[in-house]
Design a protein around this ligand. Structure first.
Ligand code: GLC
Length: 562
């Protein structure tokens, strides 16, 4: 595939497109299956691009589709420059990019730099090469503690549960067996060895990977665990680790958020900017940074680092006006101050779906009150889409899909479930293949007439959420998203106006964007009087008018500003 030609920048063309973009996250495995094997694929995504266009999003982010033994569904990459055969080929990827661009949709892909797969050639080489070899220096291999090296080198725990160290099977490098076998670090599953980012091969390898996909035409990269990569020198014990072996340790100060990681993002930003200049198309970097401190998070999106990071605090907030006010205000205050814009998120492939969270349900614990959950999720969607910045939607969010909370345990595939000894149910319930057509086998996920088994089973009630059903029902979640996204494109205040909070009674949030747009959210379980006059643009609850029903939101055009 030829590298993209060098072109003068198009004056003012698509610069800053990401600041207010709405991006749709595609979990490739579960989006649409074109060849009938029950597993989603790139041609399936391509066939549904017109659906995304009519939904009104500005682009899509593809979860990892690279060759991988799938221990963590593609987040264990064995080849950073290819396509997993069950998802397609490099040619299907190129066709997808080409068609997306024809429809004026941006394409962001996932890159996983913190760790690879145990099947990555470097790791295979490292195992074979033995202790002390240059090949092992690209990872974190260390001798164990204890008389025979039988204890892990330190007390770090894997995010998925258990120790963050795996002992190398003795003799795997053809040694005598007298030499004690070493351990390697994996902050996620044992099949995901962490790279040693202090080794120069690692940074130059990933710069090549970045250029490879930018040359193939992607508009941006979503960076997996972007606060990971470097580990504290000497890999010291985590002093305050509680010793619950089963749960993860996302706050270990020696494993996360090391100062050196910012240098990596500066060098990646320079590469992205170089492509922007050369091709006139702005390329962006969006980080998954799992830090709770908003000030620290903002450091990752300084003007010469990542363009954006997901703002997960919004997703974590309870359905409560004070909690929502606090996270929104904090996000806008700190992140926007860094010169960037907030990337709001309500759902993704790692979290129970919002309908279920707001319903009080949870994986393994039951669905909760789904009417309540749906009402709140509809209101939350209008709230999010009215906020300054960009939004990331997760496939099925626009269908109002709840989590599948009762998948049988023997079908669960998430390493989190297995490594936690079943204590944490894991993320399969938000990854069940999407329902497209109520009356078809597999609800239209796979072509009709094919064997009809999807990689995770779809419950019967998915029929009620099938896209074709929702399209003919005027007040469906799908229509709500389509209309809200169309309004976002039509009303300039929604992409340019600053947010100003309006005084309200307790339990209610209201704000303006610029002059002439107001969003009101009633978080209470009872109706309230609508505090704002004007034309109703859209409502999460069809009964909204002078009164706002419980758990509802509205967008209003006031007669002459506020
Ligand atoms: C990120 C991904 C998650 C994956 C993990 C390890 O958090 O979003 O799905 O399991 O990284 O790569």
């Amino acid at each position: 595939m030829p590298a993209e030609p060098s072109c003068p920048p198009l004056p003012g063309s698509t610069r800053d497109w990401w600041r207010n973009a709405v991006i749709y996250q595609v979990y490739v495995r579960s989006f649409a299956d074109s060849d009938g094997d029950g597993i989603g694929d790139l041609d399936g995504v391509r066939a549904r691009l017109p659906y995304l266009r009519s939904l009104g999003v500005d682009g899509l982010w593809l979860n990892p589709f690279y060759p991988s033994p799938q221990h963590d569904h593609g987040y264990d990459v064995s080849d950073y420059r290819g396509v997993q055969p069950e998802y397609g080929t490099l040619e299907s990827f190129d066709r997808l990019i080409r068609d997306a661009h024809r429809l004026d949709l941006k394409v962001i892909i996932d890159v996983v730099p913190n760790h690879c797969s145990i099947e990555h050639p470097w790791f295979v080489e490292a195992l074979a090469a033995g202790p002390g070899s240059p090949a092992r220096a690209r990872f974190h291999f260390a001798d164990g503690q204890g008389e025979y090296g039988e204890l892990p080198p330190n007390n770090w725990r894997s995010i998925f549960g258990g120790s963050a160290w795996q002992r190398v099977p003795a003799r795997s490098w053809g040694g005598e067996g007298i030499e004690r076998s070493q351990w390697y670090l994996h902050t996620f599953a044992a099949e995901q060895p962490d790279f040693n980012w202090r080794h120069p091969d690692v940074s130059s390898y990933f710069e090549d990977v970045l250029r490879y996909w930018l040359d193939r035409g992607v508009d941006g990269l979503r960076i997996d665990v972007a606060h990971g990569l470097h580990k504290a020198d000497g890999l010291p014990d985590h002093e305050h680790a509680d010793h619950d072996e089963l749960t993860g340790d996302p706050v270990n100060p020696h494993a996360w958020n090391q100062p050196e990681v910012h240098e990596v993002w500066r060098s990646w930003r320079a590469i992205a900017d170089e492509y922007t200049r050369r091709t006139g198309r702005e390329r962006v970097l969006v980080g998954e940074v799992g830090l709770l401190d908003t000030e620290q998070l903002a450091q990752y999106q300084r003007p010469d680092e990542l363009h954006q990071t997901f703002y997960f605090e919004f997703l974590r907030a309870e359905w409560d006006d004070e909690a929502l006010y606090d996270v929104i205000d904090r996000g806008l205050g700190t992140i926007a101050r860094s010169g960037s814009s907030v990337a709001w998120v309500l759902n993704n492939h790692d979290m129970p779906r919002s309908v279920t969270r707001y319903a009080g349900g949870a994986p393994g614990a039951g669905p909760g009150d789904l009417d309540l959950g749906l009402a709140r999720a509809r209101a939350a969607a209008l709230l999010m889409l009215a906020l300054p910045g960009s939004s990331y939607l997760y496939q099925g969010e626009e269908l109002g899909l709840p989590e599948v909370t009762d998948l049988p345990e023997h079908l669960l595939t998430d390493p989190m479930f297995h490594r936690s000894g079943g204590v944490r149910r894991g993320r399969d319930g938000c990854r069940v293949p999407l329902p497209w057509r109520a009356a078809h086998d597999t609800f239209g996920f796979s072509p009709n007439g094919t064997p009809g088994t999807t990689w995770l089973p779809q419950p019967d009630w998915f029929a009620e959420h099938a896209a074709d059903q929702l399209l003919v029902s005027g007040d469906s979640m799908l229509h709500l998203y389509r209309e809200a996204l169309a309004l976002r494109h039509r009303i300039p205040a929604l992409t340019s106006g600053d947010l100003r909070w309006l005084p309200t009674e307790p339990g209610v949030l209201a704000f303006t964007r610029g002059d002439g747009f107001v969003c009101v959210v009633n978080c209470l379980p009872r109706p309230v009087c609508n505090p704002v006059d004007g034309a109703l643009l859209i409502a999460s609850d069809p009964e909204a008018g002078d009164k706002l029903p419980p758990n509802s939101a509205v967008w209003i055009l006031p007669p002459d500003g506020t």
